[in-house]
Design a protein around this ligand. Structure first.
Ligand SMILES: Nc1ncnc2c1ncn2[C@@H]1O[C@H](COP(=O)(O)OP(=O)(O)O)[C@@H](O)[C@H]1O
Ligand SMILES: N[C@@H](CC(=O)OP(=O)(O)O)C(=O)O
Length: 424
């Protein structure tokens, strides 16, 4: 008998039938003798619908009120799930993030968990009950206001609770059978990974593979929480996220997988004077607006003019704020103009063996060239190569690279199954 934290995403509790199916799974785990803590997300597209509703009443809703609104989605699913579980003869009690002791900073919309004091959860477990906790939310230590952890934040709630409670495993239930070599919605021939190290999963999540949220993986690595990604629609074995690259056997695959990301936009600052200090001034202003940037490219300056272009990518949602911040320094930096482009996509090839295997880049760029895909930006890390392409070319690019690195599953291995939903 152990302690299991199970997280069910919005795709798993999209309707009443989904909630009943999940309740049956919880009951089965409890009857097997385990203590069970469940973290649940809002039903289906509820969070998106609440965001739309907020936009209809105010173009720029106050962040505190937006968090108050969005956390209501998880309240609905936690109460319904506790009811459905109780209906199967298993006592269950639901708790908001605040009641569960999830303490955060006060950055509304992207709060960080700074402490977890799960006293009430422990009490529920000691009484033999299943604790059902609303994911994606906490309470600010300073203001005592309700906060949210950012999109996909329920994964982080689950891992944080698992760490605080010393759980044996944190199971993340979703609508695919685990972590695949690419998003199975784009690459039907994607192959399920049996195990993946924290480092590889960090790169996949940071590169857009939204099956796990980046912060959840960071948290799991820091506290050594084993994360088991599985489907709530099937009993298949899933993927274990654990261990470190240092412990990998020599025969570990060179390439882990291909990730894609459509959440970024590109800004180009045209005609920047090529002299020391200009890049610092540009990026200081973007940073002062609280915006994180990702890839940066600077062209060679034209000999005749001494001017260059600087392009960078950033979250689409921050595009307007970055354009405003940059236009304020147009005079002092002396650049010509600004261009905003949200029709871009990012593709990343990830693999722990990449650093010690020559020829990976050559094969990667050849695969894109053979498919006629133009590359707009490039960046690399020790275990990743990323490129920016046109959004419209991204799916073809992902499939081309996946095939070129021999990642496609053969017909007899069976194809990845995607259970319902459309993906967000
Ligand atoms: N490498 C990958 N492996 C598995 N799923 C992936 C991968 N990359 C992207 N995905 C997508 O992540 C989705 C699951 O995440 P999400 O939609 O947030 O589910 P949930 O609602 O369960 O949290 C899958 O349906 C799949 O389309
Ligand atoms: N409901 C929140 C939090 C979450 O984690 O959702 P999901 O587990 O369905 O990705 C969101 O939509 O962002």
């Amino acid at each position: 008998m152990g302690l299991v934290v199970q997280k069910y995403g919005g795709s798993s509790v999209a309707d009443a039938a989904g909630i009943k199916r999940v309740a049956a799974r919880i009951a089965e785990t409890r009857r097997a003798g385990h203590d069970v803590v469940v973290v649940v997300s809002a039903m289906g597209d509820t969070t998106d619908e609440l965001l739309d509703l907020a936009e209809q009443v105010s173009p720029l809703p106050p962040a505190r009120e937006l968090d108050m609104l969005l956390t209501s989605g998880e309240r609905i699913s936690m109460a319904l799930l506790a009811m459905a579980t109780a209906n199967l003869g298993i006592q269950a009690r639901s708790f908001t993030g605040s009641q569960a002791g999830v303490i955060t900073d006060s950055a509304h919309g992207r709060a960080r968990i700074i402490d977890v004091s799960p006293g009430r959860i422990r009490d529920a477990l000691d009484a033999g009950d299943v604790a059902v906790v609303a994911g994606f939310q906490g309470v600010s230590v300073d203001t005592k206001d309700i906060t949210t952890l950012g999109r996909g934040g329920s994964d982080t709630t689950a891992v944080a609770l698992a760490a605080a409670l010393g759980a044996d495993v944190c199971e993340i239930y979703t609508d695919v059978d685990g972590v695949f070599t690419a998003d199975p919605r784009i690459v039907p021939a994607a192959r399920r990974l049996e195990t993946v190290t924290y480092e590889e999963m960090l790169e996949l999540a940071a590169s857009g593979a939204k099956v796990l949220m980046l912060r959840c993986v960071e948290y799991a690595r820091r506290y050594g929480v084993p994360v088991h990604v599985r489907s709530s629609f099937s009993p298949r074995p899933g993927t274990l996220v654990a261990g470190s690259m240092e412990d990998l056997p020599v025969e570990h695959a060179i390439i882990t997988g291909v990730a894609h990301d459509r959440s970024e936009a590109k800004i180009t600052v045209v005609g920047v004077p090529d002299k020391p200090g200009t890049a610092a001034e540009l990026f200081e202003h973007v940073a002062a607006a609280g915006i994180n940037i990702d890839m940066i490219v600077q062209n060679v300056s034209a000999a005749a003019t001494g001017l260059t272009d600087v392009s960078f990518t950033l979250p689409k949602a921050d595009g307007q704020a970055a354009m405003t911040a940059l236009s304020q320094v147009q005079g002092s930096v002396g650049f010509g103009s600004l261009r905003f482009d949200d029709q871009v996509g990012k593709l990343s090839l990830i693999g722990a063996g990449m650093r010690s295997n020559p020829g990976v880049s050559a094969r990667f760029f050849k695969a894109l060239a053979d498919s006629g895909i133009n590359i707009e930006m490039i960046s690399t890390s020790e275990i990743r190569i990323s490129v920016v392409t046109r959004d419209s070319a991204l799916d073809d690019a992902v499939r081309a690279v996946h095939t070129a690195f021999g990642l496609d599953a053969s017909a007899d291995e069976g194809r990845a199954t995607v259970y319902g939903g459309t993906g967000r």
